[in-house]
Unconditional design. Structure first.
Length: 435
């Protein structure tokens, strides 16, 4: 089982205490002496997330609805109150013979077992400087979405007015954050950590747990995936890559048909390697990707000799090229595909340019500029990237990076409308129109 640490405030000593897999029910003022049947779960709930006893009375919160019940002797659930905070973790305590519940995002409820009085309230839980921004992605001229590290809040911003709206509570039934997204016909397709959920978000509808965003698939249980990593798309399909669970090897590529929402999953697309980055090349019609030969956060040693670059054919669903541009390296990333069929990739502080039609390496070596994280194709058909504190156009004909506008410390960028660029650093979103 797990190991817990017990601290004695009088002696200031710290000791280990084993917690067995089936711990006794958490007690309030005292433990129940009555052995009653397990709760009968309501339709739509998966398990009991929190329990507490007050004397011989049993109480429980169900997941994911987060409704609060009293449990009868036969296991029947009697609704006591609904704090309207689905999928959150809860702490239950007793205080002066009333029961107090506190959720992960700061919903508090008070329940009096004698009178049956139930009151709940959301306390202020918003700070001006949250965790670092993970990504931004345009869904259209009036909507850019993003998310922050290690928290569930998904947000959208109108680039023209600066008005922001965000989810007030959980957007998914897992505790992790949205990791990546891509826009298609005004909607966003999100990858959510943990369990590699793929969800669809409609910015024209309000945030509502289980409905918007809507979960389309989970890759965790069936494919042992945990962290979505990157997205790309061709004219018909959306591609999303992910990493394996901790202690496992082998990422997965999910191919989504947005019209039917049918999803095909290719597990171990590259044997025992995770799939950190994607780029679709319209010249070859192939999806290109990089690999990481270690398990999630280096939780499992590699079995393969090297990371590599691969090309996936969406029509045949086969990997048609494998290129070890840097033999023996742990991670190889693709940055993007330039107009004319040149893939830009990186590893070990070097860049490699690859002809996407022949899979021939055109150049490999160090460069005089900071290696960009991503290349995007703008509405004008040109390639753009962030490097050296500027938004740059990659002049393919002359193979030059042409600075367009200063981008400050931005790490992320997206095009909301024709040459209407939106930037983000770790805490701030800002725009530059028609640079």
């Amino acid at each position: 089982g797990e190991t817990w640490m017990i601290f004695d405030p009088e002696t200031r000593s710290l000791a280990k205490e084993e917690v067995f897999e089936s711990p006794p029910i958490q007690a309030g003022s005292q433990m129940s002496s009555v052995q009653n049947k397990e709760p009968i779960l309501p339709e739509g709930d998966q398990n009991i997330s929190s329990r507490i006893n007050i004397g011989d009375r049993r109480f429980a919160i169900t997941f994911p609805s987060s409704r609060f019940y009293e449990v009868g002797e036969s296991g029947e659930l009697i609704l006591c109150g609904d704090p309207k905070a689905p999928a959150e973790n809860w702490f239950l305590e007793t205080c002066d013979e009333v029961l107090i519940g506190i959720s992960h995002f700061g919903v508090i409820f008070r329940y009096d077992p004698e009178s049956g009085d139930f009151k709940s309230k959301q306390i202020d839980n918003h700070a001006p400087g949250g965790n670092g921004i993970m990504f931004i992605e345009s869904l259209g001229p009036r909507c850019v979405i993003g998310a922050n590290y290690s928290q569930q809040n998904l947000w959208k911003i109108d680039p023209q007015t600066g008005v922001i709206d965000h989810s007030k509570s959980m957007i998914a039934r897992v505790t992790g954050e949205p990791m990546c997204a891509i826009g298609h016909q005004g909607k966003g397709y999100l990858g959510v950590y943990v369990s590699s959920l793929i969800c669809r978000y409609d910015p024209d509808l309000p945030f509502e747990f289980g409905i918007n965003p809507k979960e389309l698939i989970e890759l965790g249980a069936a494919y042992k995936q945990t962290r979505p990593r990157d997205t790309a798309m061709d004219r018909e399909r959306i591609f999303m890559s992910s990493d394996s669970q901790y202690g496992e090897l082998g990422g997965a590529l999910a191919v989504v048909d947005p019209e039917t929402e049918k999803i095909n999953v290719h597990h171990h697309l590259i044997r025992d390697q995770n799939l950190p980055t994607l780029a679709f090349d319209s010249e070859s019609g192939l999806l290109w990707g990089g690999t990481d030969r270690w398990g999630q956060m280096q939780s499992h040693p590699p079995t393969q000799e090297s990371s590599l670059i691969y090309a996936f054919d969406p029509e045949t669903t086969k990997v048609v090229h494998r290129i070890a541009s840097w033999p023996g390296t742990d991670v190889t990333n693709v940055i993007g595909a330039l107009p004319g069929g040149v893939l830009v990739s990186s590893a070990s502080n070097e860049v490699a340019l690859i002809d996407t039609r022949t899979a021939r390496i055109l150049f490999r070596g160090p460069v005089e500029f900071s290696i960009p994280r991503r290349i995007r194709i703008g509405s004008d058909g040109e390639a753009y990237c962030l490097t050296g504190g500027s938004l740059c156009r990659w002049n393919v004909q002359e193979n030059l990076l042409e600075p367009i506008v200063r981008s400050g410390g931005a790490s992320y960028f997206t095009e909301a409308g024709p040459m209407n660029w939106v930037f983000a650093d770790s805490t701030t979103v800002y725009r530059v129109q028609n640079p």
